[in-house]
Design a binder for this molecule. Sequence first.
Ligand code: G3H
Length: 478
Amino acid sequence: DGDAYKYYSNGEWKKSSSGKTVAIVNPTTRKTQYKVQACTQEEVNNVMELAKSAQKTWAKTPLWKRAELLHKAAAILKEHKAPIAECLIKEIAKPAKDSVTEVVRSGDLISYTAEEGVRILGEGKFLVSDSFPGNERTKYCLTSKIPLGVVLAIPPFNYPVNLAVSKIGPALIAGNSLVLKPPTQGAVSCLHMVHCFHLAGFPKGLISCVTGKGSEIGDFLTMHPGVNCISFTGGDTGISISKKAGMIPLQMELGGKDACIVLEDADLDLVAANIIKGGFSYSGQRCTAIKVVLVMESVADALVEKVKARVAKLRIGPPEDDCDITPVVTESSANFIEGLVMDAKDKGATFCQQYKREGNLIWPLLLDNVRPDMRIAWEEPFGPILPVIRINSVEEGIHHCNASNFGLQGCVFTKDINKAMLISDAMETGTVQINSAPARGPDHFPFQGLKDSGIGSQGITNSIDMMTKVKTTVINLP
Ligand code: G3H
């Protein structure tokens, strides 16, 4: 397959010895858009060896030099925003403007990571022994942060560039090497992003990017003895990875069912605007999308009307035209979403719009009067379908939110800050947004999920910390 994109190993672009490729289907045209190499286990072994030896030298490279290279990569990435955005449009049907934003945001993330890294890794601690009972001042303890070794980064299809660099940047600044396994949809965007790191001039072998079938190299990568840390964003696969992985630090972000609790005193126009942004941007294919609205009965009719009016204004169509609602990533995803819609229909949900689908394109749909026996009340559609559950008390809303197996983010709308704080404390989620839709950014904020939503905390500072371990040297005085 001469036209397939090559994978990246030892600072070079290579064809896989498998002779096989993986097709990437454009969600809009449903035709093969690109092909990437189907790498073999032997090629993975090779990449791991290279990563291990490159890391040793990289760990000794001065911090400021590591930062300098990251700044360079960030600048190059931003220069390449147009062609990378084009890949995002074709591979994952992300609207045109959002595709450019993803690349620019990624450049900013890398630069911030470089700056944060030189600060926090440039400092250590100094402890003396006589603060602990029974000790004299005879021991001086120096602490510093050292790299873990080889970090395996597995980003999801919905932010193949941004959620790759949010792992690559922290790993590299901390002195680790990096093996990237892109998602199938988004693989070419990832390869193009890696090309920017290549142009920045990082040492050979330090960064690798292997593409291929999960069935062939997925478990092989995550269970590889050469891997010292896994940073994964995606779906349930993360749960099985965490069961199979060795005794290494894991960072996982695995989806959510973010609730939007609306009290009687909320500014309903603000809520409606945030429901549109939170529920329907990128057609609901965000882990932090609003995935259930829990609204007090007394304001529910008014809110639903306002949201309906805004849904009617959403532009539906191809990502090239920068439409708001674009085709969902795969046909199987569209089928899954349709299954949730049909279940809600059978069980009597109120359809605020007519259900409509053409290929992978699903029209935005607000489902009112959803009840707990419907799948949509609990499951994550990852599509432009939003359920509304009417509640009669705040407790009822909190109870629904906490009964979820997920615990990523949530949001509450009210003018009463005291109530908002109490609700925030009561919600079992990693983050609660007061008077705004859930979101991961700005990218230096801590980002974490409770329960099935993940392990560990992300955000630039937390990721740098997570990709290091503490090393101490104790000076014993005579
Ligand atoms: O899909 C999961 C992402 O981490 C969400 O990021 O809040 O910037 O859309 P976002």
